[in-house]
Write a protein that binds this ligand. Sequence first.
Ligand SMILES: Nc1ncnc2c1ncn2[C@@H]1O[C@H](COP(=O)(O)OP(=O)(O)OP(=O)(O)O)[C@@H](O)[C@H]1O
Ligand SMILES: [Mg+2]
Length: 265
Amino acid sequence: MAISFRHEGTKTQKRKMILEIKNITKSFDGLKAVNDFSCSIEAGKIIGLIGPNGAGKTTLFNIISGFLSKDSGEIIFRGKNISDIPAYKIVSLGLSRTFQDLRLINQMPVIENVMMNFQFQPGESLINIYFKNRSSTLVERENRKRASALLKFAGIGEKADDLASNLSYGQQKLLSIVCCLAANPQILLLDEPVSGVQPVMIEKIFNMLNELKKEGKTIVIIEHDIDFISRISDKIIVMDEGKKIAEGLPEEIKSNREILEAYLS
Ligand SMILES: Nc1ncnc2c1ncn2[C@@H]1O[C@H](COP(=O)(O)OP(=O)(O)OP(=O)(O)O)[C@@H](O)[C@H]1O
Ligand SMILES: [Mg+2]
């Protein structure tokens, strides 16, 4: 039974939930990586998802974003059941995610990494290749402008034409968030956005995520850095062995010995 704190009562029902995860289970060769996991994510909030290595956090993101099929359960996004919808369609509905291993195209310029994630692009259809028309050029120009603005917003505007491989690790983490933003999502799922990143860059990422929250985005962050996650989150969900073991305000989670022992063991 998950530990939940008193304020998580009936009031929760009245708040606007953008994402509802209902009884998700996923096994790999008999191992329950996600085990009857449920939670609701309130619109416009930053939610931290913590738990020890192998707890099932990334597997849960993979299922929500359509990269992995589940064994059972349901995912409701803005009132629509997205359980069996392919990943590319889920992005177009407004849910986008980053990957723990970044998945940038290292030998491609930074700006083109961003442009690849736009929802509308002229593409390389035969018509465009042979009759590259005015409208496709205009769309490309517009996309380049938007990508450039997003990179500036992230503070790496001057790196637009560098290869992604030339960025520092922290800048690559920022770029992966920009790529996620390029799809213009309402909710972002970020898998360890600050792990392995220097303190100065952690602050930049912290500020950028708070800016996004002010703009009304909802953000779910997986992170092992308990201080970062406590500082940035409105609420924290703790996962262990595929299950939700606790849910509460950052100060409640940080001061609960039972939770910290489970988390740190
Ligand atoms: N594709 C897969 N095939 C088999 N087992 C998998 C697969 N993906 C994950 N697992 C297993 O599922 C469990 C949960 O893994 P997951 O990557 O979701 O954990 P995590 O909480 O993200 O951990 P970390 O904090 O180390 O990133 C682990 O035991 C892992 O080995
Ligand atoms: Mg993980």
